[in-house]
Design a binder for this molecule. Sequence first.
Ligand code: ADP
Ligand code: MG
Length: 779
Amino acid sequence: GSVMEKVLQRRSWRLRNMQRAWQESPEGKKMMDFRMSLPAYKEKERLLSAIARNQVIVISGETGCGKTTQLPQYVLESQIESGRGAFCNIICTQPRRISAMAVAERVSTERGEPLGESVGYKVRLEGMKGKNTHLLFCTSGILLRRLLSDRNLNGVTHVFVDEIHERGMNEDFLLIVLKGLLPRRRDLRLILMSATLDAELFSDYFGGAPKIHIPGFTYPVKALFLEDVLEITGHKLTSFNQIDDYGQEKLWKTQKQLLPRKRKNQITALVEDALNKSSFESLSSKARDSLSCWTPDGMGFNLIEAVLCHICRKERPGAVLVFMTGWDDISSLRDQLKLHPLVGDPNRVLLLTCHGSMATSEQKLIFEKPPPNVRKIVLATNMAEASITINDIVFVVDCGKAKETTYDALNNTPCLLPSWISKASARQRRGRAGRVQPGYCYHLYPSCVYEAFAEYQLPELLRTPLNSLCLQIKSLQLGSIGEFLSAALQPPEPLAVQNAVDFLKMIGALDEKENLTSLGEFLSVLPVDPKLGKMLVMGAIFHCFDPILTIVAALSVRDPFLLPQAKKDLAGTAKSRFSAKDYSDHMALVRAYEGWKDAEREGSAYEFCWRNFLSAQTLQAIHSLRKQFYYILKEAGLLEADVSANNCSSNNQSLVRAIICSGLFPGIASVVHRETSMSFKTMEDGPVLLYVNSVNARYQTIPYPWLVFGEKVKVNTVLIRDSTGVSDSMLILFGGSLIRGAMAGHLKMLDGYIDLFMDPSLAECYWNLKDELYQLIQK
Ligand code: ADP
Ligand code: MG
């Protein structure tokens, strides 16, 4: 009431005084000068009045023009200046946690405040905000989660949804929800921000919302394609046939399988043409001598190295940004470059990486000026395409690919694969080189391939499994899943929706009528993929919590086992030392984590990681995620108060195995033994191969009829990553539908067979706990 009003009013005045004091200070003035030099500043008044007059506006502008750091800040500043600071509540979403953190940090610096004062951030499992925070940067996932408990976003005055051109699943989802919310919250302001110019689409979606473009200035960037690059670097091809053995072509082949059919034919013809001896010769008349630039890793590392070497030797000063597909490639390339006499010389080159999981200290270095006569080279994922701006870039090296999940609804197979980017992304990448002066962009693919790129990337909603999303729709009580999704900007295929609903029914998150079960409710608040969430719950119920906790945390962070290109064998051997003949990569994860904890206690963690090819940073992340999950499950009442009770079955190997199976099902391959060889098969794909680093790839025989796995990747053949051997009984009891499994009838049916199971203790466990499971899947 009015007391609150008074408190807020007083706080608003205080905010205004602080803001003015900063703006009048010498550092504040200097910062203001910088901010006023950004293109967004010229549009400031126009933007503020458009926001005041319209409920929704769409803003576009070149990357780096000041959308993310300036626009929400303008709103905050003007509210504070008008004496209403404490009454406003601005949220700005980012597609990635790293950009939410980096941007919040930047904006608080620009305001001369520590992070967590008027500007804060919140990302999964982490945050910095206080009672005075009025501008919050968060991931789009966090805003969705907030909507779970606060359907009307009470108290929020402005929502900025940033980087909508990326068409991330969460952003598309948020837009449907917010569109429904706007009529209920007439005072709420929605501002959509996008880098490239497809503003029309979004404006139409919101009934013709006004669009504002921020004109930016960039310098021209010269685009060089593979044909030019080969010439410049002096790389030559001897025999064209050799290219068959090399990665680049393999990726092209894979690409062919994944592209929508129509464009597929078109691009196939072009690539084949480009790869065809005669036309390739015409692309690069001198390219003849050696194929050493193409490495079997499929990324053409040596070519990148050659380009970097050329820039360092021949080109003018200026930082270099290299776009790669993922952390694995970035770290392997970095290791390779460090050995290079020029590029690896720390006196001449500052080699940095920029990816989703980098440390904050490294993050800062990316934005800083290197010492004189030292060239900064940043190896980045497509994160550096739009959400992060590095000012001094003059050269861009573009491998032409990004790792994106593609999803084939027909055989329900998600695959994470490097695939060709769109023309929009290629232009975006190129633009990064022209921020401070004219620049160069080295595209490592022929220009004819560029011509065949799609204009824009397919929205994520159309290329990923919808499991988590459908669960969220249910828990947000947004009605029928199919109906809700048909309101999307570009709705997903009905088959993809059906697959997700079937999956959620199978794991017991939805009942037969598509209503959320207790398990489903719980899974929707657990910040992890529903199937891993289910594994956690099963681990808790069956009292083998610790190992399962480690596995789930590891599977939702990333693999802690490193696989440096040059030391694949050593790394594989090191990993297999953790497997203790139990035919399980997941158990190897558990042992590695436990070994690391022991080593840490003895003060030898560093050496332990080094010796075993483990990433300390990843293990640390797994460690903190473990803690978080633990608290969430404890809060939810799924854990016993007595810690050891949660683990009384942790040593029951076959039970732990069965729980892994319960989480990863239906990711399952059969083990086919022939006289001298062993192979693997899945129902959907036929023959599959194991990832080189899997412990199971090292055995001649595997004494289990099945392997369960969490992830498969399509690269020519289908590769399965981490796997664990499981028996028939584990599969029958724990794989498959919780609903059917826990129904008394089903168990009755199994009753007669229990004697036949190799492992009666497993059946007993199941039998004893079936009531508890049954409870879980009831409403
Ligand atoms: P946009 O969102 O339009 O791409 P940003 O608001 O992210 O642009 O960035 C605007 C400008 O602010 C950039 O061009 C850069 O000069 C500067 N900037 C952004 N982040 C940082 C940072 N962490 N450190 C230094 N300068 C930064
Ligand atoms: Mg931005």
